[in-house]
Write a protein of this length. Sequence first.
Length: 212
Amino acid sequence: MDTTRESLRAWARERLSWFGQSAFRLSTPTMRIFFDPWRVPASAGPADLILVTHPHGDHYDRKAIEGLSKGTTALVLPRSCAEGQAVGVAAGETLKVGGVGVTGVAAYNLTKRFHPRSGNWLGYLVEVDGVRLYHAGDTDPVPEMKDLRPDIALIPIGGMFAMDWKEGARAVSLLGATLAIPMHYGMMLGGRNAGRRFAGLAGEGALVLPRS
């Protein structure tokens, strides 16, 4: 896979669907991977792999997960909140699901109380199609991001509970991401124009996806 910025931009437009908040579908020729599928309809599936970053209701939507799941769907959660048949993973650990590499990355607030470091919640670095895709979850710009160097980073920018659009743009530099896509705005927090503001700061390294 060519990982120049323009090639990644084309890949993201073809492969990624944003359902609002932090919910994404990544479609490859062989897999459908969902991140934090809050309010995602069953018709968007079925899912081969579902990754949940933490247990808050706008990220861990059990009803949506049930609708998207089939008998072979793998559900991955932070080990600190894994339940039932879910696979638990911790920050720094890597697992393979259907040939896809999934690595947990610590996600937490530095000064806010909403996502404490003690929760041991996550973002995920996924390696698929020769692309390193990072979904940050709900987090501030934390030291664990430094030099992660994903090809594509999905960054929360809504503010209050995690980064705002200014902090999100700074996180892109901290990460060393080639392309950054904003999320977690426009529904509850951040306003509809937050993505445009983020892109104005992040420059050519930003891609604002429409909601599916």
